[in-house]
Design a protein around this ligand. Structure first.
Ligand code: GLN
Length: 448
């Protein structure tokens, strides 16, 4: 009731939620109370969690904030939603996002822009901007997001909360509307590190219905990992490629101060190099659109969502349904991806980008021979003004310059608040070897 009241007061301004059914939220809460009385609490008993509109839920519509899916009701729950329900969580509705998770500012949503609670003239980050704004404004204590190139960590950073992208394969993608299948991963967005650990514990684990969900993922003592209060004996790599000239000087100073605090807590800071970092954005913007162009071919006016009125023939139906249903950023990605995958260009772009991806992965493997963890800024800048970058896709793409390599390498990453510049939050990003979320949670808990 407390959160529903706050949603009532603040959502009109923020537009963090795009769908909410208050009556159904209370029904779930009552059912949770009844369960607790009868059997005792489950791990997330009664915890309200906001859900990004990319997760299929039987409750309410699932629209990926796109006109092409307007009014779509999923026939099943995503695996992570089934897990949350089994753990006793209460789903609080669907949060705003960039259309099909393509963007860094939540401005490409077909359901209107979302505002940053710290300054409502500014973006909340993206693509999970609604989830980040909801948690930052206290409209929900926690939310689920997805991260293909930074979409959990970047909005978490921009809204001053904690966001964790687990190792690729740790969390099932079944029922998460696919953007770029080899990069997408779901994770929690919360106010504390321990909250993120609790939710990841609930949603992770093998799913036989997702072939990319790993069967023998090393397990983690999720809550135990959060007990650390110092960083004694931890070697933290500071990659020179993440402290570049173009970044905001005050953001840089915040990160340097955060690293100094890590040293005080007992960590050793070691200068490292991830030499192929510069190529990450270029490789990502070939690979992600290529996979998206294939994944989005299913929206054809036949099986899901929007169909144009009175089509003349089949081609007219495909063409007009897709033209009417997709926004311009989604069209840009489909065109780029289709071009990159077309015969004659496939080797020059797609195969080359995959090779670069291998080099980026290898950079991290080499670095982790010397250090336990890597620390970087999450974003080179704080929240920018609404509309500031909407006409300039290339500078928008650079918003993810520090988060994208982690997805290309399939590694876990977390962003946590580490200060403010002119009243706007700054985020510190932790990166660990695959399956070592425990190292991240330990360091982030000690830092917090
Ligand atoms: N901003 C990046 C993009 O537009 C990443 C989005 C994401 O992680 N979903 O593709």
């Amino acid at each position: 009731k407390l959160y529903l009241g706050r949603i009532d007061t603040y959502n009109e301004t923020l537009n963090a939620f795009v769908d909410i059914d208050a009556k159904h939220v209370l029904e779930q809460a009552e059912a949770s109370d009844a369960y607790r009385t009868k059997h005792g609490p489950r791990p997330l008993e009664g915890l309200p969690i906001a859900i990004k509109d990319i997760f299929c839920t039987q409750d309410g519509p699932t629209q990926c904030c796109s006109n092409i899916l307007r009014g779509y009701h999923a026939p099943y729950d995503a695996h992570v939603i089934t897990r949350l329900k089994a753990a006793g969580a209460v789903l609080v509705g669907k949060t705003n996002m960039d259309e099909f998770a393509m963007g860094s500012s939540t401005e490409t949503s077909a359901f209107g822009i979302c505002r940053n609670p710290w300054d409502t003239d500014r973006i909340p980050g993206g693509s999970s901007g609604g989830s980040a704004a909801a948690v930052a404004a206290g409209l929900a204590p926690a939310a689920l997001g997805t991260d293909t190139g930074g979409s959990i960590r970047q909005p978490a950073s921009i809204c001053g909360i904690t966001g964790l992208k687990p190792t690729y394969g740790r969390v099932s993608r079944r029922g998460i509307i696919a953007f770029a299948s080899s990069l997408d991963q779901a994770g929690p967005m919360t106010r504390t590190v321990k909250d993120s650990a609790m939710i990841t514990a609930a949603i992770s684990g093998h799913d036989s219905m997702d072939s990319t969900s790993v069967t023998d993922a090393p397990s983690v003592d999720w809550l135990g990992a959060c007990d650390k209060t110092d960083m004694k004996g931890i070697k933290i790599g500071k990659p020179k490629e993440y402290f570049i000239d173009g970044m905001d000087a005050d953001v840089r100073a915040s990160i340097e101060a955060a690293l100094a605090k890590c040293e005080e807590l007992g960590a050793e800071i070691i200068d490292i190099s991830l030499p192929h970092t510069e190529a990450a954005v270029a490789a990502y913007y070939v690979i992600a659109p290529s996979e998206a162009s294939a994944n989005l071919s299913r929206y054809d006016g036949v099986r899901f969502g929007h169909r144009c009125k009175d089509p003349e023939d089949l081609l007219d139906m495909y063409t007009r349904s897709r033209d009417e249903g997709f926004g311009s950023e989604v069209k840009r990605r489909i065109l780029t991806g289709t071009f990159a995958l077309s015969s004659g260009y496939y080797d020059a772009y797609y195969i080359k980008a995959q090779r670069v991806r291998t080099l980026i992965r290898q950079d991290f493997i080499n670095a982790f021979e010397k250090v336990d963890l890597i620390a970087t800024p999450t974003s080179p800048i704080t929240a920018f003004k609404l509309g500031e970058k909407t006409d300039d896709p290339l500078t928008m793409y650079l918003a993810d310059i520090f988060t994208i390599a982690v997805n290309l390498a399939g590694l876990p990453g977390l962003s946590q608040p580490c200060g403010f510049v002119d009243g706007l939050p700054v985020g510190l990003q932790w990166i660990a070897p695959a399956w070592r979320e425990d190292l991240i949670l330990g360091a982030a808990s000690a830092y917090e």
